[in-house]
Design a protein around this ligand. Structure first.
Ligand code: PRX
Length: 650
């Protein structure tokens, strides 16, 4: 990392926003929660908010570090905590999911109905041969059946691997293959930006030669035509006729619950593995504490898709474990108009909203008048996740969405951490705009320098987690060594998160972005290497280097520098074709914003590409230090080539 430039980004933010006295007095969690002296006793207590069939003998076994076991010997079925017990407690008629489809269709599913549907789906996948421990890929739009599919897997002990519906057939194929999935659950398509997009055809392509996938179960959402083969089964044919009750088995606390693929610093995505007891404990606790959830009265809305970890922990598992009533919305924020989200907030009287900075910045750009046209007075807590939130966006969110009265919680965590780790508590913290503030109770985090020494107040370095936590990843699917190497080898005994961070003079933590070759585009992780591999797989490309350049809306934007093979220079459409090629290989979220055709790339004498210099070019900055370049003239060539206007695409 270019430590100096990132870490010298010192912020001078001294505004603070305390909760109102009334909010603080009614909050689920008060300041005494930070008095935790015995971390394990704290988590032991939190685990008791779930329903267990068998108690644990030990809270944490860390003897095989960094491979952890939490709530050792405990047994549970996570869906019993998320569904059955709420119905048993007499809350079966409470709304669990309030679904808003993009075309305007809307439905409410109670806890009793959700339990019945999950039971039917559990019977259906069992009938199709899915067994405990089998992997099931889920590739769906954000519709209630997606939540049902995840919970049905969990209920029978199958391991779900949700693949974001915006990923390409190729990305889906490689994830199915890596996990050895036996089933794919999908839909004919979904609605986005005012029209139906197809999904099933990508599954057909992805499973064509799959030696493991036996069935593809298809939800009818859009009614569009789909190709059909012997392994395909309609969801309604196989689910609707099943019994609405299902006696479920309890599984070991460490039984795998799901795999979720995320980008690392190589071209191959990592299958992050999470297990049952510890994961659900921390997802449930943090959802209750950080959002101050009052399940009887709140209407909660997290705008994440289930394809991302936020959708796992804060759409499916955390809220349902807490018996929350929540909104899920299928589509985009500007369909059919730019006030769609605020219309939904007003319609359902949403009280807790959890979203991403990129969305907030987009709304800022669209204008203050749009949210102002809607009644947002039901809101009382606002959350942010996915990337650093700049103080301007934080302030805008607080003023224009939160009416200056709602605490804003900026929550730092990762696919790997499974649940929120660093965040204000809304009834306690005097939050600073743009800061994630401090580790939650029971969590150990600090900022260290290159030697692993904690830095003091006012200094920056690398964010590390100092203690194991219940919802920590249990490894990388099929690659234990990569787990050890990636996260635990840089400084012994400490988890390296890959983020730069800084303590301010008051000891508040400010996240500064990734320090590795992982980009963060609209809150989504994409590795530079993954995009480079896609580019060099194209016959016209000889070499490629990809950087994330700062972007006002998406946080970072993908900029690719490409050297073409002989004979391809003249082709005028090459930039557009390469962008489309990356979208086809990985998915539209990885489509480079710009592709710059160059004749050379800046390399050190050892052949390593100097991304820092490419970032300077991509962000239109003057060139930094080029003395370590093998050929210092290269940057001049690149800059001259670009200013001659050869190949920029917006
Ligand atoms: O760089 C950090 C950023 O997102 C990364 C994790 O990405 P992912 O696994 O996709 O999970 C995103 C949703 C939890 C982190 O390494 N990040 C996430 N939340 C924040 C953040 N950066 C700054 N502030 C945050 N609140």
């Amino acid at each position: 990392m270019d430590a100096d430039s990132t870490l010298s980004n010192l912020l001078n933010e001294d505004r603070r926003f305390a909760p109102s006295d009334a909010f603080a007095a009614a909050a689920n969690v008060g300041a005494d929660v930070y008095d935790v002296s015995d971390r394990l006793a704290f988590w032991d207590q939190q685990a008791r908010r779930l329903q267990w069939r068998q108690d644990w003998s030990e809270v944490l076994d860390w003897s095989k570090a960094p491979f952890a076991s939490w709530f050792v010997g405990g047994r549970l079925n996570v869906t019993e905590s998320c569904l059955d017990r709420h119905v048993a407690a007499g809350n079966g008629n409470r709304a669990a999911l309030i679904f808003e489809g993009e075309p305007g269709d809307s439905s409410t599913i109670t806890y009793a109905e959700l339990l019945a549907e999950v039971s039917r789906a559990a019977h259906a996948i069992t009938e199709l041969g899915v067994k405990t421990g089998d992997r099931v890929a889920i590739y769906m739009p954000l519709i209630p059946e997606a939540v049902v599919a995840m919970l049905a897997c969990a209920r029978v002990g199958a391991v779900h691997s949700v693949v974001f519906g915006g990923f390409s057939a190729e990305a889906l194929r490689s994830r199915i293959e890596d996990a050895g999935a036996v089933m794919v659950i999908t839909a004919d398509g979904g609605y986005r930006r005012g029209s139906a997009f197809p999904l099933k055809h990508a599954v057909d392509e992805a499973v064509e030669d799959s030696p493991t996938v036996r069935n593809v179960v298809v939800v009818r959402r859009t009614g569009q035509d789909v190709a059909w083969s012997e392994r395909d089964v309609w969801w309604h044919d196989v689910v609707d006729r099943q019994a609405p009750t299902h006696v479920c088995e309890a599984f070991d606390s460490e039984h795998p619950l799901f795999i979720l693929y995320t980008s690392g610093t190589t071209g191959k995505p990592k299958g992050i593995k999470h297990t049952c007891g510890g994961y659900l404990t921390q997802a449930a606790y943090t959802h209750w504490a950080v959002f101050d959830l009052k399940p009887e009265t709140d209407v909660y809305w997290c705008t994440a898709d289930i394809g991302w970890v936020t959708g796992h922990s804060y759409v499916v598992y955390g809220p349902l474990a807490n018996g929350a009533t929540q909104v899920i919305y299928e589509g985009t924020p500007d369909t059919p108009h730019q006030g769609r989200w605020w219309e939904i907030v007003a319609k359902h009287k949403v009280s807790i909203l959890y979203t991403a900075p990129t969305a907030i910045r987009t709304f800022m750009k669209w204008g203050d008048h749009i949210p102002a046209e809607h009644d947002l007075s039901s809101l009382r807590v606002l959350g942010s996740v996915g990337e650093p939130i700049n103080p301007e966006a934080w302030m805008w969110y607080r003023e224009h969405i939160g009416g200056d009265r709602c605490p804003v919680v900026d929550t730092w965590w990762q696919t790997e951490t499974g649940a929120i780790m660093i965040s204000p508590l809304p009834g306690v913290t005097h939050a600073k705009p743009g800061s994630a503030m401090s580790p939650l109770p029971g969590i150990g985090a600090t900022v260290v320098d290159d030697h692993g020494e904690p830095v003091g107040r006012g200094h920056g370095g690398y964010l590390v987690l100092t203690e194991p936590w219940p919802s920590m990843l249990r490894g990388i699917w099929g690659d234990d060594q990569r787990y050890v190497d990636t996260y635990w080898s840089r400084w012994p005994g400490r988890y390296f998160a890959g983020d730069g961070a800084k303590y301010d003079e008051d000891g508040a933590i400010w996240l500064l972005g990734r320090v590795d070759d992982v980009m963060n585009v609209s809150g989504h992780r994409i590795s530079t290497t993954e995009v480079e591999s896609a580019l060099v797989a194209h016959p016209a490309v000889a070499e490629a280097a990809v950087v994330g350049a700062n972007d006002d809306v998406t946080g970072q934007a993908i900029v690719a520098f490409v050297i073409l093979r002989q004979g391809h220079q003249e082709d005028e459409n090459i930039v557009e074709r390469l962008r489309a090629h990356v979208a086809h290989e990985i998915g539209a979220i990885a489509r480079p914003k710009r592709v710059l055709i160059v004749t050379e790339l800046p390399k050190t004498r050892s052949g390593k590409i100097m991304r820092r210099l490419l970032r300077d070019v991509a962000e239109n900055r003057g060139l930094g230090d080029v003395t370590t370049l093998a050929d210092p003239a290269v940057m001049r060539l690149i800059s001259e080539g670009l200013s001659a206007g050869t190949a920029e695409d917006e």
